[in-house]
Design a binder for this molecule. Structure first.
Ligand code: HEM
Length: 226
């Protein structure tokens, strides 16, 4: 059955939409994680995390949606990359003398490489934190998970800090191209809006990646283990 969603345009639409929603998640995730910088021994971050966990089934649904967006983004990304590559190689077969790859094909190849790195990073990250050891703390008489302690403990390991800092450079590349490319796939851009979207993507990607980049490094050097 060939429907709109099975076409390249449909797949790109799903990729664009899921990509923008994932960027939305990252903005919230970074904002929450910046609480690590508050010098209150983890009180704010732990209370925030506890409030989320108290949502119970609502949090579960949110996590299922997040996982679906992530998997949907990857599956469609692989599909579009493979189809583009096949189309390109048959074009190359016809016009073999046309010279090197175009700017667009270099960018999309980078999207695949940086996407694969993030695809590996996210499960490792979730395994480290969400599924990591359960330290407990008591705040205002209420027992809760001490997620702050886990984060600080992990970011005292030099190898983890270097790994995170390196991945954030790839996140920067992925988001810088991904943002405007997503809007393009959603049909939201014209010639006038393209440079605006391009600059917005670059600024957004830089802010997000810089935030996630600085966090482990700052923790390593300046935040004491609780
Ligand atoms: C370096 C900075 C980062 C820190 C300190 C951090 C911290 C955390 C923590 C503490 C959790 C567990 C939340 C919980 O169990 O309630 C978590 C989960 C998660 N993080 Fe991060 N994160 C960082 C960067 C990232 C990046 C760059 C991505 C994506 C590219 C990401 C994606 C996720 C996802 C998908 C989850 C699972 C969601 C959940 O548990 O509900 N994080 N992160």
């Amino acid at each position: 059955m060939s429907s709109k969603w099975n076409s390249t345009i449909g797949k790109k639409f799903i990729m664009g939409l899921s990509g923008l929603l994932l960027i939305g998640y990252l903005i919230i995730h970074l904002a929450a994680n910046l609480m690590i910088f508050i010098p209150d021994g983890g009180r704010s971050l732990n209370l925030y995390s506890h409030t989320l966990h108290k949502l119970g089934p609502v949090l579960l649904v949110a996590r299922i949606i997040l996982a679906a967006l992530f998997i949907g983004h990857i599956v469609n990304g692989i599909w579009v990359t493979v189809v583009n590559r096949r189309a390109r190689s048959s074009r190359y077969a016809m016009y073999a003398s046309k010279g090197g790859p175009s700017k667009m094909s270099v960018a999309s190849r980078w999207m695949a490489v940086t996407g694969i790195i993030l695809m590996v990073f996210v499960p490792l990250h979730v395994n480290m934190f969400t599924l990591g050891p359960y330290y407990e703390t008591v705040i205002d008489g209420e027992p809760m998970r001490d997620i702050y302690r886990l984060v600080v403990e992990r970011f005292k390991e030099p190898a983890t800090v270097v790994f995170y800092a390196a991945v954030m450079l790839f996140l920067l590349l992925h988001l810088a191209h991904g943002f405007w490319s997503a809007l393009q796939s959603l049909g939201a851009l014209n010639k006038r809006l393209l440079p605006v979207a391009y600059t917005t993507g670059l600024v957004l990607a830089t802010l997000l990646a810089a935030g996630f980049f600085v966090l482990p490094i700052y923790t390593y050097f300046f935040i004491p283990l609780p």
